[in-house]
Ligand binder design. Structure first.
Ligand code: IPE
Ligand code: IPE
Ligand code: MG
Length: 251
């Protein structure tokens, strides 16, 4: 059971298993995606109730464009409906809506709605909800490298001034802290090109449940498990007096 101390500030989730959930019920894969959206609603509520500040959900990878056309177009339609029906409520609940990934890979109307909703909710403070859409961590890293190269070539940045902080500021996640906790559902133990730089010191939690079966109690359980972990960031085990789940300052 989660308690209020040592909460993860940023929770990221690889929402996996929609297709298998549907197939096990002899339903088309897309029904799993439909049910998955309901779970997103529940998990956002759980995160705000607990006081998590950043929730980042992997919804569609760059690699997912290789799926059958019908599945991809269903997902885009679902996303479009989500943007119409949910963001108003997010705004009322003081939630900032954010997207990382290549927004312009998405159909024009969807990209437009995303940009408008990001602008509309940009001052909300309760929670930053980020969807990763057409996202690839390797692509993100390469783009950051290119931007830094351009700055060096233009003479506005010296090679010796490239630090982890400077590099991080060129990523899609520039304004966010790194995830403290990364959850993956459906019992798969892999990262699938998600936030590879940012999760260097995140705590990992794998749920055996398919995403459509995941619920508020599972989210609270994952957070509770995180609270029991001892984060070391490469140091030694902390003594009883200074046990903390936070990254040491100056690291
Ligand atoms: C996750 O579920 C959702 C997306 C990647 C869009 P999947 O669609 O990957 O479901 P499985 O892993 O095939 O069961
Ligand atoms: C990861 O799931 C991507 C998302 C959840 C959006 P995938 O189902 O695409 O990952 P793999 O193919 O099993 O690694
Ligand atoms: Mg999958």
């Amino acid at each position: 059971m989660a308690h209020l101390s040592n909460l993860p500030e940023h929770v990221a989730i690889i929402m996996d298993g929609n297709g298998r959930w549907a197939q096990e019920r002899n339903l088309p894969r897309v029904e799993g995606h439909r049910k998955g959206v309901e779970v997103i609603r529940e998990v956002i509520r759980a995160a705000t109730e607990l006081g998590v500040k950043y929730l980042t959900l992997y919804a569609f990878s760059k690699e997912n464009w290789s799926r059958p056309k019908l599945e991809v177009s269903f997902l885009m339609t679902l996303l479009s409906h989500y943007l119409d029906s949910e963001v108003k409520e997010l705004h009322e609940n003081q939630i900032r809506f954010n997207v990382i990934g290549c927004i312009d890979d998405l159909p024009g109307d969807v990209a437009g709605k995303i940009k408008r909703n990001m602008e509309k909710t940009k001052n909300n403070q309760k929670l930053v909800l980020t969807l990763a859409l057409s996202y690839s961590s390797r692509f993100e890293i390469i783009e950051a490298v290119k931007k830094l190269c351009r700055r060096v070539r233009a003479g506005t940045l010296s090679e010796n001034d490239i630090t982890e902080t400077v590099f991080s500021k060129e990523l899609f996640t520039a304004d966010m802290p790194d995830p403290d906790l990364l959850i993956r559902t459906s019992g798969e133990y892999r990262l699938s090109n998600f936030l590879l730089w940012q999760i260097s010191y995140s705590e990992l939690y794998v749920s055996e449940k398919y995403w459509p079966d995941f619920n508020k109690a599972d989210f609270v359980q994952a957070v509770g498990e995180y609270q029991k972990r001892e984060r070391r960031f490469g140091g030694t085990a902390p003594t009883a007096q200074c046990r903390s789940n936070e990254r040491p300052t100056g690291a």
